[in-house]
Design a protein around this ligand. Structure first.
Ligand code: AMP
Length: 125
C-alpha cells in the first residue's frame, strides 16, 4: 500500500493547483514550481500504485512505466521549446536527490543543456 500522501497526490486530486501541460487517464504533466531550465515539466502516474520511486518498481508497474516514456514524446510535440532536444531525469532515493516520493520524470529543456549533471566532484579516477 502507498503510505504517505504526497504533494503530487494533492495535485492529481485538484487540491493544489498546478500548471498542467498534458493529461490522460493514466498520467499528468505539469510545470515544475522551481524550474531548473526554461522548460521544466514533471510527468507523473496519476496512481502511485507502489511507485514511490523507480527502484520500487514491480512487474505490475511495467505498463505505466512504458506509458510514461511514450507520453514524453507527446509532450515534446506539444511544447515547441523542447523540439530541439531535451533531457529526462528520474531522481531516485536520497543519493539521487529525490524529494517527492511519487515517481516522476523531469523533462528539462528550452536551452543548451550541459553534461555531466551535478556531482560533488568526487568522481572515481
Ligand atoms: P525530486 O527532487 O526529483 O523529487 O523532484 C521534485 C520536484 O517537484 C522538484 O523539482 C520540485 O520543484 C517539484 N515540486 C514540488 N512541489 C511542487 C508543486 N506544488 N508544483 C510543481 N512542482 C513541484
Amino acid at each position: 500500500m502507498d503510505a504517505e500522501v504526497t504533494i503530487f497526490d494533492k495535485i492529481v486530486a485538484g487540491q493544489i493547483k498546478a500548471n498542467i501541460v498534458y493529461q490522460d487517464d493514466l498520467c499528468l504533466a505539469f510545470h515544475d514550481v522551481n524550474p531548473q531550465a526554461p522548460v521544466h515539466i514533471l510527468l507523473i502516474p496519476k496512481q502511485r500504485n507502489g511507485l514511490s520511486q523507480l527502484s520500487k518498481a514491480q512487474e505490475h508497474n511495467k505498463e505505466i512505466l512504458g506509458h510514461l516514456l511514450f507520453t514524453v514524446t507527446k509532450i515534446v510535440e506539444l511544447v515547441d521549446e523542447l523540439k530541439n532536444g531535451f533531457r529526462i531525469v528520474i531522481n531516485d532515493g536520497e543519493n539521487g536527490g529525490q524529494s517527492v516520493w511519487h515517481l516522476h520524470i523531469h523533462i528539462i529543456g528550452g536551452e543548451q543543456l550541459t553534461w555531466p549533471p551535478g556531482s560533488s566532484g568526487n568522481q572515481k579516477k
